[in-house]
Design a binder for this molecule. Structure first.
Ligand SMILES: Nc1ncnc2c1ncn2[C@@H]1O[C@H](COP(=O)(O)OP(=O)(O)O)[C@@H](O)[C@H]1O
Ligand SMILES: [Mg+2]
Length: 224
């Protein structure tokens, strides 16, 4: 993949031949210095942006060939996103934030007819991330670590085949960050495929595989 951004009169080359494959069941860490293109790469993997050159394939299919409906389903169901700054909706409580991906793309009638199943799943996920006592809290009533737990539960709502996380501990103190990483580790042990972007070398130690972005290219890195 190649990707560059135009900034005024200069062109910033971010990815210059980055190449990687993600295998089912693995926990892949993408490392690299700040500004090396990690978020850019993750957005390409999630179908949120497009490479200038090169392709992103999911199960052998080029995302570019997806029709609009298929692409929306890919973004909303096939992948789940966890961001550094949580991106929760302030007006919604924890349960509503977690439920949101299940509502997307459904008509009001379809949602009302089938909502009990997603509600049960949301409650299970809220328990999984240890927030059963916070289900009715709004994001501003939660700590950073708790907000990130909500974001993880939300990302899992539609049972994504691939969980993408962009520096999910980048904004947390190390003890809180460790709690978040433990959740990812548990999920991976239960079979969840994870790609996590980080500039923290320690996180690479818990991944099953790691690559480093250097000069716009991916370089395989030993782990463990
Ligand atoms: N939308 C954009 N427009 C212009 N430049 C961008 C844009 N997004 C990222 N960049 C630049 O691309 C480089 C890589 O950014 P990013 O992928 O966010 O890096 P990382 O996540 O590794 O810190 C940075 O120099 C950044 O300033
Ligand atoms: Mg980034």
């Amino acid at each position: 993949m190649h990707k560059s951004y135009q900034m005024g009169s200069t062109r910033v080359n971010v990815l210059e031949g980055a190449n990687l494959s993600v295998r089912r069941g693995e926990f892949l860490a993408i490392l690299g210095a700040s500004g090396s293109g990690k978020s850019t790469l993750l957005h390409l993997l999630g179908g949120l942006d497009w490479p200038d050159l090169g392709r992103v394939l999911f199960e052998e299919q080029d995302l570019r060939a997806y029709r609009r409906g298929r692409l929306n389903r890919f973004r909303n169901r096939t992948v789940g996103f966890v961001f550094q700054f949580y991106h929760l909706i302030d007006e919604f409580n924890v349960r509503e934030n977690v439920l949101l991906p299940a509502m997307v793309g459904k008509s009001v009638l379809a949602w009302l007819a089938g909502r009990s199943t997603p509600k049960r799943r949301a409650d299970e996920l809220i328990e999984l991330v240890g927030l059963q006592d916070r289900a009715l809290h709004k994001p501003y009533q939660l700590s950073g670590g708790e907000r990130q737990r909500v974001a993880i539960a939300r990302a899992l709502m539609n049972r994504p085949e691939l969980l993408l996380a962009d520096e999910p501990t980048g904004n947390l103190d190390s003890a809180t960050g460790n709690g978040i990483l433990q959740i990812f580790e548990q999920l991976n042990r239960a079979g969840q495929t994870i790609v996590m972007v980080t500039h923290d070398e320690r996180i690479a130690q818990m991944a099953t595989r790691a690559v480093v972005l250097v000069d716009g290219k991916t370089v395989e890195r030993r782990v463990g």
